[in-house]
Write a protein that binds this ligand. Structure first.
Ligand code: ATP
Ligand code: MG
Length: 267
């Protein structure tokens, strides 16, 4: 008879107290959640203990990512003031990428993502949020799957931690990075789904019984996340992160000229 997992429900504060001492530098976090399940919101919460964060906005403007309230830049290497802040030991949490309002900007955003990931490999020490793993890794989009793969595998010694969000683990079929993301992650976060491939993949990665994962993951409440480590004797922790403050939609920041032409300037 396999031993049943212990499941504990934690308040955001209690979770953070445990998480900030458990998440070590160089450990990756894989996040699996369907469209709109709250991945970007959870990522903000999980990143709270870290001081040096690059959040890649590969979507060419993500409103939940913008709600983080962090400065944005499309400059790489980072602007002088930001590099100085790092040298002075001040925290730096920054969103990389500007709104893509045209095909040309979309293409240059993709180039920017690739450059940043290549340099992170050399610079070390950053915590990197890859919010939309599929866009970064997929050959049709940013096509940085190989660089990501290399980062996943070599990061521990370089002090780089990747926080990697995807909708399904089947990403591995179209890009190599999907596979190493899950095999190289020390932590896995998963939200409610009835997709048994997700249940089974989590069970395989974390060494838990498949039947148990099927029951647990399918029954999670909305916006509640199960956080699992690789030690099957550790409890599974459940937490619902705080909702991000809604930022008023400002079309000026991300509306394309074509969109304004069709729909007018106002939302
Ligand atoms: N813990 C939460 N409590 C309340 N609302 C939440 C919570 N998490 C997410 N939401 C709400 O759900 C919506 C989607 O959240 P979020 O953008 O984080 O999801 P996502 O999985 O990243 O979505 P996408 O697949 O579009 O990237 C937002 O309106 C957000 O405010
Ligand atoms: Mg998101």
């Amino acid at each position: 008879m396999p031993e049943l997992s212990r499941v504990v429900v934690l308040s955001p504060d209690d979770f953070l107290a445990w998480w900030s001492k458990s998440w070590e530098v160089g450990q990756h976090v894989a996040i699996m959640g369907m469209n709109g399940s709250g991945k970007t919101t959870l990522e903000h919460f999980l990143l709270l203990p870290r001081k040096y964060i690059l959040a890649l906005d590969a979507k060419g403007y993500d409103s939940s990512l913008s709600a983080y309230g962090w400065p944005r830049t499309d400059k790489w290497p980072l602007p002088h003031s930001m590099r100085q802040a790092v040298k002075d030991g001040d925290p730096l949490r920054v969103i990389i990428g500007n709104p893509a309002r045209s095909e040309k900007q979309w293409a240059s955003n993709n180039v920017l993502m690739r450059r940043v990931l290549k340099d992170v490999f050399l610079q070390g020490r950053w915590t990197v949020l890859v919010d939309e793993g599929i866009i970064i890794a997929h050959r049709k989009f940013v096509d940085a799957g190989d660089t990501l793969d290399r980062l996943f595998i070599t990061a521990r010694d370089r002090g780089v931690s990747l926080v990697y969000g995807v909708q399904r683990p089947s990403i591995g079929r179209t890009s190599p990075a999907g596979l190493s993301a899950f095999s190289q992650s020390t932590w896995v976060a998963v939200s409610r789904t009835r997709d048994e491939r997700v249940h089974d993949r989590v069970a395989e990665i974390c060494g838990r019984p498949k039947a148990e994962m099927r029951g647990l993951i399918a029954a999670l409440p909305k916006y509640c996340w199960a956080i699992l480590g690789l030690d099957p004797h550790e409890p599974i922790r459940l937490v619902t992160p705080p909702k991000l403050k809604v930022v008023p939609k400002s079309n000026a920041t991300h509306q394309s000229r074509l969109s304004a032409l069709v729909w007018g300037g106002a939302a």
